[in-house]
Design a protein around this ligand. Structure first.
Ligand code: ZN
Length: 435
Protein backbone atom coordinates (compact mmCIF):
# COMPACT_ATOMS: atom_id res chain seq x y z
CA UNK A 1 0.00 0.00 0.00
CA UNK A 2 1.27 3.50 -0.80
CA UNK A 3 1.47 6.10 2.00
CA UNK A 4 -1.64 7.77 0.59
CA UNK A 5 -3.56 4.49 0.55
CA UNK A 6 -2.45 3.83 4.12
CA UNK A 7 -3.81 7.22 5.16
CA UNK A 8 -7.10 6.62 3.31
CA UNK A 9 -7.30 3.34 5.20
CA UNK A 10 -6.66 5.26 8.43
CA UNK A 11 -9.37 7.84 7.68
CA UNK A 12 -11.87 5.03 6.99
CA UNK A 13 -10.86 3.43 10.29
CA UNK A 14 -11.37 6.68 12.23
CA UNK A 15 -14.64 7.53 10.52
CA UNK A 16 -15.95 4.09 11.54
CA UNK A 17 -14.74 4.70 15.11
CA UNK A 18 -16.49 7.76 16.58
CA UNK A 19 -15.93 6.61 20.19
CA UNK A 20 -13.39 4.38 22.01
CA UNK A 21 -16.01 1.60 22.15
CA UNK A 22 -16.40 1.83 18.39
CA UNK A 23 -12.62 1.95 17.92
CA UNK A 24 -12.20 -1.43 19.62
CA UNK A 25 -15.07 -2.76 17.53
CA UNK A 26 -13.30 -1.55 14.35
CA UNK A 27 -10.05 -3.19 15.46
CA UNK A 28 -11.91 -6.43 16.14
CA UNK A 29 -13.46 -6.38 12.67
CA UNK A 30 -9.99 -6.09 11.11
CA UNK A 31 -8.62 -8.95 13.22
CA UNK A 32 -11.34 -11.29 12.00
CA UNK A 33 -9.89 -11.19 8.47
CA UNK A 34 -6.57 -12.49 9.87
CA UNK A 35 -8.08 -15.39 11.86
CA UNK A 36 -7.57 -13.97 15.34
CA UNK A 37 -9.45 -15.76 18.11
CA UNK A 38 -11.27 -13.83 20.84
CA UNK A 39 -10.42 -14.89 24.40
CA UNK A 40 -12.67 -14.48 27.41
CA UNK A 41 -10.94 -13.39 30.63
CA UNK A 42 -13.38 -15.44 32.73
CA UNK A 43 -12.42 -18.84 31.26
CA UNK A 44 -9.22 -20.86 31.01
CA UNK A 45 -7.09 -20.22 27.94
CA UNK A 46 -5.63 -22.90 25.74
CA UNK A 47 -2.90 -21.06 23.84
CA UNK A 48 -1.02 -22.66 20.96
CA UNK A 49 2.36 -21.60 19.55
CA UNK A 50 1.70 -19.48 16.46
CA UNK A 51 -1.86 -18.81 17.65
CA UNK A 52 -3.42 -15.37 17.12
CA UNK A 53 -5.56 -14.01 19.93
CA UNK A 54 -7.14 -10.91 21.42
CA UNK A 55 -8.81 -9.94 24.67
CA UNK A 56 -11.21 -7.02 25.16
CA UNK A 57 -11.81 -5.50 28.58
CA UNK A 58 -15.02 -3.53 29.09
CA UNK A 59 -15.54 -2.84 25.38
CA UNK A 60 -12.93 -0.09 24.92
CA UNK A 61 -9.48 -1.58 25.69
CA UNK A 62 -7.97 -4.42 23.71
CA UNK A 63 -4.82 -6.52 23.91
CA UNK A 64 -3.94 -8.41 20.72
CA UNK A 65 -1.19 -11.00 20.66
CA UNK A 66 0.50 -13.59 18.50
CA UNK A 67 1.86 -16.46 20.55
CA UNK A 68 5.46 -16.99 19.45
CA UNK A 69 6.92 -20.32 18.37
CA UNK A 70 10.09 -19.56 20.32
CA UNK A 71 10.19 -19.67 24.15
CA UNK A 72 9.39 -16.34 25.79
CA UNK A 73 12.59 -16.45 27.80
CA UNK A 74 14.49 -16.25 24.51
CA UNK A 75 12.46 -13.53 22.81
CA UNK A 76 10.52 -11.63 25.50
CA UNK A 77 7.36 -9.77 24.52
CA UNK A 78 7.47 -7.18 21.76
CA UNK A 79 4.77 -4.69 22.61
CA UNK A 80 3.28 -1.67 20.89
CA UNK A 81 1.04 0.43 23.15
CA UNK A 82 -1.40 3.18 22.16
CA UNK A 83 -4.73 4.60 23.34
CA UNK A 84 -8.27 4.43 21.99
CA UNK A 85 -9.74 7.51 23.68
CA UNK A 86 -9.62 11.18 22.67
CA UNK A 87 -10.50 14.28 24.66
CA UNK A 88 -13.94 15.75 24.16
CA UNK A 89 -17.40 16.07 25.66
CA UNK A 90 -19.44 13.32 27.33
CA UNK A 91 -23.17 13.35 28.02
CA UNK A 92 -24.27 13.57 31.67
CA UNK A 93 -26.65 10.91 33.10
CA UNK A 94 -29.61 13.29 33.50
CA UNK A 95 -28.72 15.04 30.30
CA UNK A 96 -31.94 16.75 29.21
CA UNK A 97 -32.20 20.45 30.03
CA UNK A 98 -35.39 22.23 28.94
CA UNK A 99 -35.59 26.03 28.83
CA UNK A 100 -36.66 28.83 26.51
CA UNK A 101 -38.34 26.37 24.17
CA UNK A 102 -35.13 24.43 23.53
CA UNK A 103 -33.83 21.09 24.71
CA UNK A 104 -30.13 21.03 25.50
CA UNK A 105 -27.90 18.21 26.69
CA UNK A 106 -25.63 18.74 29.67
CA UNK A 107 -22.05 17.61 29.15
CA UNK A 108 -18.90 16.86 31.11
CA UNK A 109 -15.45 17.53 29.75
CA UNK A 110 -13.45 14.36 29.12
CA UNK A 111 -9.69 14.97 29.31
CA UNK A 112 -8.25 18.18 27.88
CA UNK A 113 -9.94 19.15 24.60
CA UNK A 114 -9.55 22.59 22.94
CA UNK A 115 -13.13 23.53 23.76
CA UNK A 116 -13.40 26.39 21.27
CA UNK A 117 -12.99 23.89 18.41
CA UNK A 118 -16.28 22.23 19.36
CA UNK A 119 -18.31 25.32 18.42
CA UNK A 120 -20.21 25.51 15.11
CA UNK A 121 -19.52 21.89 14.24
CA UNK A 122 -21.95 19.24 12.97
CA UNK A 123 -21.79 17.20 16.17
CA UNK A 124 -23.29 13.81 16.88
CA UNK A 125 -23.33 11.14 19.58
CA UNK A 126 -21.76 7.70 19.73
CA UNK A 127 -21.18 5.26 22.54
CA UNK A 128 -22.88 2.31 24.17
CA UNK A 129 -26.07 1.61 26.06
CA UNK A 130 -26.46 -1.00 28.79
CA UNK A 131 -29.88 -2.62 28.85
CA UNK A 132 -31.81 -5.71 29.93
CA UNK A 133 -32.25 -8.28 27.20
CA UNK A 134 -35.13 -10.77 26.85
CA UNK A 135 -33.55 -13.06 29.44
CA UNK A 136 -33.11 -10.18 31.88
CA UNK A 137 -29.32 -10.22 31.49
CA UNK A 138 -27.59 -6.84 31.35
CA UNK A 139 -25.80 -6.42 28.03
CA UNK A 140 -24.24 -3.56 26.06
CA UNK A 141 -24.75 -2.40 22.53
CA UNK A 142 -23.00 0.24 20.44
CA UNK A 143 -24.93 3.33 19.40
CA UNK A 144 -24.03 5.82 16.69
CA UNK A 145 -26.48 8.51 15.60
CA UNK A 146 -24.33 9.03 12.51
CA UNK A 147 -25.81 12.38 11.46
CA UNK A 148 -25.55 15.98 12.63
CA UNK A 149 -27.61 15.89 15.83
CA UNK A 150 -26.20 18.51 18.18
CA UNK A 151 -24.61 21.93 18.02
CA UNK A 152 -22.75 24.46 20.13
CA UNK A 153 -23.45 27.73 18.28
CA UNK A 154 -20.96 30.50 18.89
CA UNK A 155 -22.02 33.84 20.23
CA UNK A 156 -22.17 36.43 17.41
CA UNK A 157 -19.21 38.79 17.31
CA UNK A 158 -21.67 41.66 18.00
CA UNK A 159 -22.11 40.22 21.51
CA UNK A 160 -18.50 39.17 22.02
CA UNK A 161 -16.52 42.03 20.51
CA UNK A 162 -13.20 41.02 22.09
CA UNK A 163 -13.24 37.43 20.86
CA UNK A 164 -10.42 37.95 18.35
CA UNK A 165 -8.24 39.68 20.93
CA UNK A 166 -8.98 37.56 23.98
CA UNK A 167 -9.75 34.20 22.36
CA UNK A 168 -12.96 32.22 22.76
CA UNK A 169 -13.57 31.39 26.41
CA UNK A 170 -16.43 29.08 27.32
CA UNK A 171 -17.76 28.71 30.86
CA UNK A 172 -17.58 24.99 31.50
CA UNK A 173 -20.87 24.62 33.35
CA UNK A 174 -23.04 27.25 31.69
CA UNK A 175 -21.84 27.60 28.12
CA UNK A 176 -21.18 24.04 26.95
CA UNK A 177 -24.66 22.40 26.92
CA UNK A 178 -25.45 21.32 23.35
CA UNK A 179 -28.66 22.18 21.51
CA UNK A 180 -30.57 19.06 20.51
CA UNK A 181 -34.09 20.13 19.69
CA UNK A 182 -37.01 22.48 19.92
CA UNK A 183 -38.89 21.44 23.04
CA UNK A 184 -42.64 21.06 22.85
CA UNK A 185 -44.33 22.38 26.01
CA UNK A 186 -45.81 19.04 27.05
CA UNK A 187 -42.45 17.27 26.72
CA UNK A 188 -40.23 16.39 29.69
CA UNK A 189 -36.55 16.87 28.82
CA UNK A 190 -35.28 13.56 30.28
CA UNK A 191 -38.10 11.56 28.71
CA UNK A 192 -37.46 13.18 25.36
CA UNK A 193 -33.79 12.18 25.34
CA UNK A 194 -34.70 8.62 26.41
CA UNK A 195 -37.16 8.49 23.56
CA UNK A 196 -34.49 9.53 21.07
CA UNK A 197 -32.17 6.83 22.42
CA UNK A 198 -34.99 4.31 22.10
CA UNK A 199 -35.60 5.27 18.47
CA UNK A 200 -31.93 5.02 17.61
CA UNK A 201 -31.25 1.71 19.34
CA UNK A 202 -34.60 0.00 18.79
CA UNK A 203 -34.44 -0.82 22.48
CA UNK A 204 -37.42 0.08 24.69
CA UNK A 205 -36.66 3.12 26.85
CA UNK A 206 -37.48 1.32 30.11
CA UNK A 207 -34.95 -1.42 29.28
CA UNK A 208 -32.11 1.10 28.83
CA UNK A 209 -30.51 1.38 32.25
CA UNK A 210 -27.44 3.48 31.51
CA UNK A 211 -25.08 4.68 28.81
CA UNK A 212 -21.65 6.02 27.97
CA UNK A 213 -21.99 8.62 25.25
CA UNK A 214 -19.31 10.70 23.54
CA UNK A 215 -19.82 13.77 21.37
CA UNK A 216 -18.07 13.61 18.00
CA UNK A 217 -17.71 15.56 14.78
CA UNK A 218 -19.53 14.04 11.80
CA UNK A 219 -17.17 15.61 9.25
CA UNK A 220 -15.23 12.83 7.55
CA UNK A 221 -11.46 12.75 7.26
CA UNK A 222 -9.90 14.53 4.27
CA UNK A 223 -6.62 15.12 2.47
CA UNK A 224 -5.55 18.74 2.09
CA UNK A 225 -2.62 20.85 0.84
CA UNK A 226 -1.43 21.79 -2.66
CA UNK A 227 -0.24 18.22 -3.26
CA UNK A 228 -2.63 16.59 -0.81
CA UNK A 229 0.38 16.06 1.40
CA UNK A 230 -1.56 16.59 4.63
CA UNK A 231 -4.66 15.02 6.11
CA UNK A 232 -7.18 16.03 8.77
CA UNK A 233 -9.67 14.17 10.93
CA UNK A 234 -10.85 13.95 14.51
CA UNK A 235 -9.15 11.62 17.01
CA UNK A 236 -5.82 11.37 15.16
CA UNK A 237 -4.47 11.43 18.72
CA UNK A 238 -4.38 8.53 19.09
CA UNK A 239 -6.29 6.39 16.62
CA UNK A 240 -3.53 7.13 14.08
CA UNK A 241 -1.07 5.24 16.30
CA UNK A 242 -3.51 2.36 16.94
CA UNK A 243 -3.97 2.09 13.18
CA UNK A 244 -0.23 2.21 12.45
CA UNK A 245 0.40 -0.55 15.01
CA UNK A 246 -2.39 -2.67 13.58
CA UNK A 247 -1.18 -2.22 9.99
CA UNK A 248 2.32 -3.21 11.09
CA UNK A 249 1.06 -6.33 12.85
CA UNK A 250 -1.46 -7.46 10.23
CA UNK A 251 1.15 -8.34 7.66
CA UNK A 252 1.70 -11.97 6.67
CA UNK A 253 5.48 -11.82 7.06
CA UNK A 254 5.18 -10.21 10.52
CA UNK A 255 2.51 -12.65 11.67
CA UNK A 256 4.62 -15.64 10.62
CA UNK A 257 7.40 -14.36 12.89
CA UNK A 258 8.32 -16.79 15.71
CA UNK A 259 8.34 -14.12 18.49
CA UNK A 260 5.49 -13.19 20.80
CA UNK A 261 4.01 -9.94 19.49
CA UNK A 262 1.59 -7.75 21.42
CA UNK A 263 -0.48 -4.67 20.59
CA UNK A 264 -2.22 -3.05 23.55
CA UNK A 265 -4.71 -0.26 22.96
CA UNK A 266 -6.03 1.32 26.15
CA UNK A 267 -8.97 3.53 26.98
CA UNK A 268 -8.67 6.27 29.62
CA UNK A 269 -5.22 7.62 28.67
CA UNK A 270 -6.63 11.13 28.39
CA UNK A 271 -7.87 11.05 31.99
CA UNK A 272 -4.80 9.52 33.62
CA UNK A 273 -5.08 5.79 32.78
CA UNK A 274 -6.23 4.82 36.28
CA UNK A 275 -9.05 2.31 35.75
CA UNK A 276 -9.63 -1.41 35.38
CA UNK A 277 -8.93 -1.14 31.66
CA UNK A 278 -6.48 1.78 31.60
CA UNK A 279 -2.73 1.49 31.16
CA UNK A 280 -2.33 2.01 34.92
CA UNK A 281 -4.67 -0.93 35.60
CA UNK A 282 -3.85 -4.63 35.58
CA UNK A 283 -5.06 -5.46 32.07
CA UNK A 284 -1.81 -5.82 30.14
CA UNK A 285 0.07 -7.39 33.06
CA UNK A 286 -2.76 -9.93 33.51
CA UNK A 287 -2.68 -10.91 29.84
CA UNK A 288 1.12 -11.17 29.65
CA UNK A 289 1.19 -13.30 32.79
CA UNK A 290 -1.42 -15.67 31.37
CA UNK A 291 0.55 -15.96 28.12
CA UNK A 292 3.65 -16.86 30.12
CA UNK A 293 1.84 -19.32 32.40
CA UNK A 294 0.40 -21.12 29.39
CA UNK A 295 3.78 -21.82 27.86
CA UNK A 296 6.65 -21.49 30.31
CA UNK A 297 7.90 -24.17 32.64
CA UNK A 298 9.22 -22.27 35.65
CA UNK A 299 7.70 -19.59 37.80
CA UNK A 300 10.52 -17.17 37.21
CA UNK A 301 10.24 -17.52 33.42
CA UNK A 302 7.71 -14.68 33.39
CA UNK A 303 10.21 -12.34 35.08
CA UNK A 304 12.89 -13.47 32.65
CA UNK A 305 10.54 -12.85 29.72
CA UNK A 306 9.72 -9.35 30.97
CA UNK A 307 13.43 -8.60 31.37
CA UNK A 308 13.85 -9.50 27.69
CA UNK A 309 10.86 -7.43 26.55
CA UNK A 310 10.53 -4.06 24.86
CA UNK A 311 7.65 -1.67 24.39
CA UNK A 312 7.09 1.08 21.88
CA UNK A 313 4.62 3.58 23.29
CA UNK A 314 3.12 5.19 20.19
CA UNK A 315 1.32 8.50 20.62
CA UNK A 316 1.29 11.70 18.62
CA UNK A 317 3.90 14.48 18.83
CA UNK A 318 3.67 18.28 18.45
CA UNK A 319 4.51 19.33 14.89
CA UNK A 320 6.07 22.77 14.43
CA UNK A 321 3.58 25.45 13.36
CA UNK A 322 5.53 28.45 11.97
CA UNK A 323 2.84 30.95 13.02
CA UNK A 324 3.72 30.23 16.65
CA UNK A 325 7.53 30.01 16.79
CA UNK A 326 7.71 30.93 20.48
CA UNK A 327 5.70 27.86 21.50
CA UNK A 328 8.56 25.54 20.61
CA UNK A 329 12.14 24.85 21.67
CA UNK A 330 14.12 26.24 18.71
CA UNK A 331 16.38 23.16 18.51
CA UNK A 332 13.52 20.68 18.68
CA UNK A 333 11.15 21.74 15.94
CA UNK A 334 9.72 18.57 14.45
CA UNK A 335 8.32 18.84 10.95
CA UNK A 336 5.33 17.19 9.34
CA UNK A 337 6.32 14.61 6.70
CA UNK A 338 9.87 14.32 8.06
CA UNK A 339 9.38 11.07 9.94
CA UNK A 340 8.43 9.64 13.34
CA UNK A 341 9.43 11.59 16.43
CA UNK A 342 11.30 10.20 19.41
CA UNK A 343 10.00 12.03 22.48
CA UNK A 344 12.43 12.75 25.27
CA UNK A 345 11.76 14.23 28.71
CA UNK A 346 14.23 14.26 31.60
CA UNK A 347 11.39 14.10 34.13
CA UNK A 348 10.17 10.90 32.48
CA UNK A 349 6.86 12.22 31.22
CA UNK A 350 7.99 10.09 28.28
CA UNK A 351 9.51 6.66 28.90
CA UNK A 352 12.41 7.15 26.47
CA UNK A 353 15.96 6.66 27.75
CA UNK A 354 19.29 6.41 26.01
CA UNK A 355 19.27 2.70 25.14
CA UNK A 356 15.61 2.51 24.07
CA UNK A 357 16.18 5.62 21.97
CA UNK A 358 19.24 4.10 20.30
CA UNK A 359 17.31 0.91 19.50
CA UNK A 360 14.51 2.89 17.86
CA UNK A 361 17.01 4.92 15.83
CA UNK A 362 18.58 1.66 14.67
CA UNK A 363 15.20 0.24 13.56
CA UNK A 364 14.47 3.48 11.67
CA UNK A 365 17.82 3.21 9.89
CA UNK A 366 17.27 -0.45 9.07
CA UNK A 367 13.80 0.38 7.71
CA UNK A 368 15.05 3.41 5.71
CA UNK A 369 12.79 5.73 7.72
CA UNK A 370 13.79 9.27 8.75
CA UNK A 371 13.31 10.21 12.40
CA UNK A 372 13.28 13.35 14.53
CA UNK A 373 13.77 14.12 18.21
CA UNK A 374 11.46 16.23 20.34
CA UNK A 375 11.88 17.94 23.66
CA UNK A 376 9.26 20.33 25.06
CA UNK A 377 10.05 23.95 25.96
CA UNK A 378 11.72 23.93 29.38
CA UNK A 379 9.33 26.60 30.70
CA UNK A 380 6.17 24.72 29.64
CA UNK A 381 4.58 21.71 31.32
CA UNK A 382 5.06 18.60 29.17
CA UNK A 383 2.23 16.16 28.40
CA UNK A 384 2.59 12.44 29.05
CA UNK A 385 1.64 9.09 27.54
CA UNK A 386 0.98 5.49 28.58
CA UNK A 387 4.74 4.86 28.13
CA UNK A 388 6.05 5.70 31.62
CA UNK A 389 3.04 4.10 33.36
CA UNK A 390 3.19 0.82 31.46
CA UNK A 391 6.94 0.61 31.58
CA UNK A 392 6.85 1.17 35.37
CA UNK A 393 4.09 -1.38 35.97
CA UNK A 394 5.79 -4.11 33.94
CA UNK A 395 9.40 -3.18 34.57
CA UNK A 396 10.22 -3.27 30.87
CA UNK A 397 12.28 -0.98 28.67
CA UNK A 398 10.26 1.44 26.56
CA UNK A 399 10.56 4.29 24.08
CA UNK A 400 7.98 7.01 23.42
CA UNK A 401 7.51 7.84 19.77
CA UNK A 402 4.78 9.35 17.61
CA UNK A 403 4.04 11.16 14.42
CA UNK A 404 4.03 14.98 14.22
CA UNK A 405 0.56 16.43 14.57
CA UNK A 406 -0.91 19.93 14.42
CA UNK A 407 -3.58 21.08 16.86
CA UNK A 408 -3.40 18.20 19.32
CA UNK A 409 -6.74 17.86 21.17
CA UNK A 410 -8.64 19.99 18.65
CA UNK A 411 -11.77 18.32 17.30
CA UNK A 412 -10.02 18.50 13.91
CA UNK A 413 -6.32 17.58 14.02
CA UNK A 414 -3.98 17.31 11.05
CA UNK A 415 -0.79 15.52 10.12
CA UNK A 416 1.46 14.50 7.19
CA UNK A 417 0.71 11.69 4.75
CA UNK A 418 4.30 10.42 4.51
CA UNK A 419 4.68 10.08 8.28
CA UNK A 420 1.94 7.50 8.60
CA UNK A 421 3.64 5.21 6.08
CA UNK A 422 7.00 5.77 7.81
CA UNK A 423 5.56 4.84 11.19
CA UNK A 424 4.05 1.63 9.85
CA UNK A 425 7.39 0.69 8.30
CA UNK A 426 9.44 1.18 11.45
CA UNK A 427 6.86 -0.61 13.62
CA UNK A 428 6.98 -3.52 11.19
CA UNK A 429 10.74 -3.57 11.52
CA UNK A 430 10.47 -3.61 15.33
CA UNK A 431 8.03 -6.54 15.23
CA UNK A 432 10.36 -8.47 12.91
CA UNK A 433 13.73 -8.12 14.65
CA UNK A 434 15.06 -9.76 17.79
CA UNK A 435 15.54 -7.01 20.38
ZN1 ZN B 1 -2.40 10.85 22.95
Amino acid sequence: MSARQQVQNLLDFIDASPSPWHAVNSVEARLAAFRFVKLDETVQWDLQPGGRYYVIRDDSSIVIFVQGQKPLVETGFKIIGAHTDSPGLRIKPNAGMGSDGLLRLGVEIYGGPILATFTDRDLSLAGRISYKDDKNAIVSRLVNFDRPLLRLPNLAIHMNRAVNEDGLKLHKQNELPLILSVLAEECLPQAYFSQILQQQTACEAERILSWDMAVYDTQKGAFWGAENEFYADSQLDNLASCHAALQALLDDAVLENDHTLVCAFFDHEEIGSESNKGADGSFLADVLQRIALATEKNKDDFARALAKSFMISADMAHAYQPNFPLAYDAEHKVAVNKGPVIKVNANHRYSTESISQALFVDWCEQAGVPYQKYSHRTDLACGSTIGPITSARLGIRSVDVGNPLWAMHSIRESAGVLDHGYMIRVLKKFLSVLV
